[in-house]
Design a protein around this ligand. Structure first.
Ligand code: TRH
Length: 384
């Protein structure tokens, strides 16, 4: 007799940017990779989803992609039998009718709220906590991604290091040629830049243009482009555009699918990333990174920045750790941070130590285990 497959529903409300769907889609793909699960993903904005996974047809109510049943989450919500495990991504409220249907089931579904990632120390104490519904016979559990044992870990697939290492050993050459850039010169630095609007950007680009060595900066289409165009003094920039200012060559890239974005991160010597998922992927790329935290009211993102920095610089000598701190703080506009040009100069001075450090850090994250596996174990153990 074939084994029963555990059913999962994941709900994703796209608030802004790509992080909500980026994380939900990565999780759905990770869960569906196991043959003993049936995963449905409900998304309220398939147009945004399509940007990071172009195989998605934004006009369809239901479609199967990468083994995941993808459904348009419409209002009012169509009647659907709840799954055994129900995940709401980032506290998106479940449809009332679906919640009511969950309460009718015996046993009720395992209900999970997948939280945002933070490296802060309080996360481990909150991971896994239950919260009974005030009216219905349902209990929600909070599942926190994190950087330490006792949290849910990070969305990094178990086989990622093998794919990444094979690419970095043998495929980078072809990657650059396909982009029409050729292999980097021996002393050239290749940087990718995925960022929000950032007041530090013009000064950083000035510093790059003034470098004694060539820098190539690859910028995916998005929120940083208007600022970049202003810095270049051009009215607009589109994917495929290239510009040169002294030592700095800039290339605007199309926004690609998630797997192609991984390859960009693996190919570059340094990656500027933002938000949540691109930051995790840049860490898993085993290359140095600079993180721009998602700006939050009350500067709460500065605490998140310091928490990750505190963990990330462990094992570096004091001067290299200071260089990393200075550049991350300067890029995030933290009060008292060094001006970005001097932060960049300090980073350059210590860059040789930062590549092996990035590799060691990626290995440490890998040892934490994959969030999709941890969530499956957490939720499915409650079904028994
Ligand atoms: O887009 P983001 O800024 O999302 C943010 C954060 O997640 C933040 O925590 C959240 O509160 C806010 O949204 C609402 O950054 P993030 O998290 O890195 O998501 C980007 C996704 O886009 C990620 O999955 C990688 C993917 N991506 C591509 O697939 N192709 C690309 O070319 C690029 C640049 C990114």
């Amino acid at each position: 007799m074939p084994a029963m497959r555990v059913t999962w529903d994941i709900f994703c409300n796209v608030v802004d940017n790509y992080g909500d769907i980026g994380v939900a889609w990565r999780l759905a793909r990770g869960l569906a990779a196991a043959p003993d699960r049936r995963v449905r993903l409900w998304v309220d904005d398939l147009g945004v989803f399509r940007r990071l996974w172009p195989a998605i047809d934004a006009g369809l109510d239901a479609q199967t992609c990468e083994g995941v049943a993808v459904h348009a989450w419409r209002t009012p919500f169509a009647a659907a039998e709840p799954a055994q495990v129900v995940v709401e991504a980032f506290g998106c409220a479940l449809p009332d009718s679906y919640l009511a249907a969950m309460a009718q089931l015996s046993p009720p579904p395992v209900w999970i709220n997948l939280e945002y990632l933070s490296a802060e120390a309080w996360v481990a104490g909150h991971h896994g906590l239950p919260s009974p519904h005030p009216r219905l016979p349902l209990t929600k559990h909070f599942f926190f991604p994190g950087y330490t044992p006792g949290t849910g870990g990070l969305l990094i697939e178990r086989e990622l290091p093998a794919r990444r290492d094979a690419f970095q050993a043998a495929e980078i050459d072809g990657y650059w040629r396909a982009l029409g850039l050729g292999m980097p010169a021996p002393d050239e630095l290749r940087v990718s830049l995925f960022a929000y609007e950032n007041t530090a950007l013009p000064a950083l680009f000035d510093a790059w243009a003034a470098e004694p060595r060539r820098i190539t900066c690859l910028v995916p289409e998005g929120r940083a482009i208007p600022q970049l165009a202003a810095w270049l003094g051009v009215p607009a920039l589109r994917a495929g555009d290239t510009a040169q200012r002294d030592a700095l060559r800039i290339r605007v890239l199309p926004f690609t699918d998630q797997d192609a974005y991984d390859r960009l991160l693996w190919a570059c010597d340094l990656n500027f990333v933002r938000g949540e998922d691109s930051c995790v992927r840049a860490q898993a790329a085993a290359r140095p990174l600079v993180w721009q935290a998602y700006p939050q009211a009350g500067r709460a993102h500065w605490d998140k920045l310091e928490a990750l920095l505190g963990r990330y610089v462990g094992g570096l000598d004091a001067a290299a750790a200071d260089a990393v701190r200075g550049l991350w703080r300067g890029w995030n506009g933290v009060a008292g941070a060094p001006p970005i040009a001097s932060a960049w100069a300090a980073w350059r001075e210590h860059e040789a130590a930062l590549l092996p450090h990035a590799r060691a850090w990626a290995g440490r994250l890998q040892a934490l285990g994959n969030l999709a596996d941890a969530l499956a174990e957490f939720a499915e153990s409650k079904l028994k």
